[in-house]
Design a protein around this ligand. Structure first.
Ligand code: NIG
Ligand code: FE
Length: 384
């Protein structure tokens, strides 16, 4: 084939193929950037993060290492509630600075599109604040952002004994106001027996869809609960986590366009042993994507290359499946498949120059950053 080339014009992919063929098809380029025989891949699409938060929770990390579980710590007032208390007491400027630093690190690791959830506010004001900060922080770093309203991440303390009243608040006030102000593209619900049950999840998802949001669900993470099947039935773009998905859940996803977004960094960071049954899903014909789930509680990993490594050794994805799961399938999980996630003609010219000449070295060298250059819309963002 000879050396390969990627032709870019006006921030979009024009074509790719052997150099000689591209010159014949597209003419002599105005600028040539030599990648030196290294791999060029689409920028990573990270379709599940909680990247706006205040303090980190290494205290809980240590408690888990000593034997407490995620749910025990949450029941004792830690977990999501602890990040909610922290976020409510912080200034916008402080939260923005923290988010910018974290998103900058993601960009340097090759992420060009990131989904960012709210969910540590749990009131209209604080959820709106998180979504505004997500947008401005991503923009200042140069990341393409998808904002997801996760007001249904937990029931806030002031509604502890009135859980259904909180579901009504989300449906009648928080979501309509967030949509009215154009602050979110999607909505998400933490569907678990101890958080929002199937009926509450369905109520909230239907309301969001009716308001024009796209939908996703935190599903079947801690118990097989039917969250994935519900996501498929309601037409959600993705069902995420799925550690405990059962055969009916897999069949439901296989029969729908809902993407399975797997988050193996969470299992790894929580020190658990059971990963989502990725092979069974792939064999059943489910589209599998990967994400970091970057958050202060269950997964402080911001690195998509490291997630690929964990996915390969712990869930037996092949390096090619991991690459597809972090690019084209992840774009589908966000409904952005016509824009990002592949280098097909017409897509945004969001791509990486890796420092390796074989993409299998990305998961192989677990723990290192294989990204040499990051380009977004045909402009180089890394190195600056
Ligand atoms: O995806 N499962 C719920 N949400 C996060 C954890 C958030 C937190 O602990 O702060 C997750 O794992
Ligand atoms: Fe999550």
């Amino acid at each position: 084939l000879g050396p390969a080339a990627l032709a870019v014009a006006d921030g979009r992919v024009l074509a790719y193929g052997p150099q000689a063929e591209l010159r014949a098809r597209c003419g002599e380029p105005r600028v040539v950037h030599d990648a030196g025989g290294r791999c060029v891949v689409p920028g990573w699409v990270d379709p599940h993060t909680h990247a706006v938060f205040g303090r980190t929770r290494q205290d809980e990390y240590e408690r888990r290492l000593r034997g407490e579980t995620y749910l025990q710590i949450a029941a004792a007032g830690g977990g999501i509630q602890s990040s909610v208390r922290d976020l409510r007491g912080r200034s916008d400027a402080d939260l923005r600075d923290l988010a910018v630093a974290r998103l900058r690190e993601m960009l340097e690791l090759g992420t060009t599109t990131v989904e960012i959830k709210s969910g540590y506010g749990l009131s209209y004001e604080d959820e709106a604040r998180m979504l505004r900060i997500a947008a401005t922080a991503a923009e200042s770093v140069g990341l393409r952002a998808v904002r997801t309203c996760l007001a249904a991440h937990e029931v806030p303390p002031e509604y502890r004994d009135r859980r259904d009243a909180y579901v009504r608040l989300v449906c009648d006030e928080i979501l309509p106001r967030i949509v009215g102000e154009g602050l979110a593209d999607r909505l998400d619900v933490f569907c678990e027996p101890s958080v929002f049950d199937l009926e509450q999840t369905a109520t909230i998802l239907r309301r969001g869809l009716e308001l024009g949001l796209r939908a996703t669900v935190h599903a079947d993470e801690l118990e097989p609960f039917g969250g994935a099947a519900l996501a498929a039935r309601l037409g959600a773009d993705s069902a995420d986590h799925l550690i405990r998905i059962d055969e009916a859940g897999i069949a439901a996803l296989a029969g729908a366009s809902t993407v399975a977004v797997l988050l193996p960094g969470t299992v790894f960071s929580l020190g658990l042993r059971t990963y989502a049954p990725a092979r069974a899903m792939i064999e059943a014909g489910v589209a599998v994507a990967l994400a970091t789930d970057f958050n202060p509680g269950s997964c402080p990993i911001a690195s998509v290359p490291l997630i690929q490594a964990i996915a390969c050794t712990q869930m037996r994805l092949t390096p090619a499946e991991a690459l597809a799961a972090c690019t084209v399938n992840a774009a589908w999980a966000l409904g952005l498949q016509d824009e990002v996630g592949s280098l097909a003609p017409g897509r945004a010219a969001d791509f990486l120059v890796l420092d390796v000449d074989d993409y299998r070295l990305v998961p192989y060298h677990a723990g290192r950053n294989p990204v040499r250059e990051v380009w977004r819309d045909g402009r180089r963002l890394v190195p600056r």
